[in-house]
Design a protein around this ligand. Structure first.
Ligand SMILES: [Fe+2]
Ligand SMILES: [Fe+2]
Length: 158
């Protein structure tokens, strides 16, 4: 993902549109997978704050990405906006890696997480078959919530 963002910023203008579609699909798949499977499943008293912040960061990423998808690649604001997307994506991924994932590993059993991982792998394959970037356009009004109707939260260790 970060490699593709670099390529977008430093590559040829003619390559921007096809590469952006690829990045948008990857970003949209990440967001959808976490919002629909991961965050609701690992919701617990000790993860709630960071999950809510993550959802707001997803919202911001979706908004910037949908601006980019609607903008001419020759627009003088294109590169500035792409920089903002890259900065926000990096901040978000760092925060997940440093604060969310370690907490999740402590709070939930390895077997529970393995099962969740398998569900997410299957969901990712399905998402990629259906242009996940189309979702980016839909989810820009407000942040997703932590309570998905079909997802039972994993039970946290005491
Ligand atoms: Fe995320
Ligand atoms: Fe943050």
């Amino acid at each position: 993902m970060e490699g593709m963002l670099d390529e977008l910023l430093h590559g040829e203008e003619s390559q921007r549109a096809p590469l952006l579609d690829e990045v948008a699909d990857a970003l949209a798949a990440h967001v959808a997978l976490e919002e629909e499977h991961f965050y609701p499943a690992v919701r617990a008293r000790r993860t709630e704050d960071i999950l809510l912040e993550s959802l707001e960061e997803h919202l911001s990423l979706k908004r910037v990405m949908s601006d980019l998808l609607a903008m001419e690649t020759s627009d003088e604001r294109w590169e500035a906006k792409m920089h903002v997307l890259k900065e926000q994506a990096e901040h978000h991924h760092e925060e997940e890696e440093e604060h969310l994932f370690p907490k999740v590993e402590k709070l939930f059993d390895a077997s529970q997480l393995e099962e969740l991982g398998a569900t997410m792998t299957a969901a990712l394959a399905k998402l990629h078959a259906e242009h996940p970037r189309d979702r980016v356009f839909r989810g820009t009004r407000e942040a997703a919530t932590l309570s998905m109707p079909d997802v039972e939260p994993l039970s946290a260790r005491a």
